[in-house]
Ligand binder design. Sequence first.
Ligand SMILES: [Zn+2]
Ligand SMILES: [Zn+2]
Length: 309
Amino acid sequence: MPTQIVSTQAASDIALAAQKVIEKRPMLEPIVRSFAEILSAKSEVVNQLRVNTVQLDPLLRPERLLQGVPLLADVSLGILDEPLQEAFRAILPVLKKTFGSIAADLTSLESLQSRNELDLFELSRAYLGGEISVLHSFAQATHISEIVLALALNTTLSSLLTALEPTVRNYVSELNWYRGYCPICGSMPSISYLAEAHDLGSEFLRGGGGQRYLHCSLCGHDWRFMRNKCPACETEDRDLQLYFQAQEDHSERVDVCCNCNAYLPCIDLREGHVKLPMDMAAISMVHLDAWASEKGYHPLVQTPWNLIQ
Ligand SMILES: [Zn+2]
Ligand SMILES: [Zn+2]
């Protein structure tokens, strides 16, 4: 793990990071302030969640990593029901305070939970598995917006998985993982970064200079990945991989794949980019998200900030 990465995400770190971003890009102030609130609340939930890893350990099958099966793929969220409920209860009021325009839907979700009428386990399972039809049926039956539901589930699951990540990361720390999805939770990355290369196999360095890491959008795990491979469709055709750079800052760019039309923001930490927690770094680049969407590219994954846009 490169030393530049800020690994602790205390609320004070996030507030400081938000301030740095606002100084650099004053026009992003509203969105940065909103998401700083959410990231701070998330870090508090992560610190408070008590995830029983003794219960979890016997369920892990690290030998399946070699076949590309993420570590938590076989673990039922059922055994994590208590921290899942706890995270949902803690996150909803923060989302409500931050996004007044969707407060009514969030209140409906809160009431369903308090009446024990919300199958959080089933909804979370469907969200993680990309079973859109389950989320769609729920949204229709309850008259709750699908985007609000996705936002609430994403933030909750992210808190739970971020709390779990440090307890299981040892299983994957020595692994050469050639996949575009996270070896721990199976989610796609929200951002990538280039750091100084250490002693790595040549397949990771093809394309020259610097090692590429992907940052998981849900559990926050970082893993190294090939420079010239699309994380979404896995093409290694260099002619199909382009990147666009902001004129004013060469440390920030967006990588796009002309094979599958996916885009992924990227930060070059070797260019003296200011140290930020990765989620805040991704939020500081929403103008590049907007640019890529306008050009017809799609994000690798839903994030709270591209959902709300
Ligand atoms: Zn993950
Ligand atoms: Zn692709």
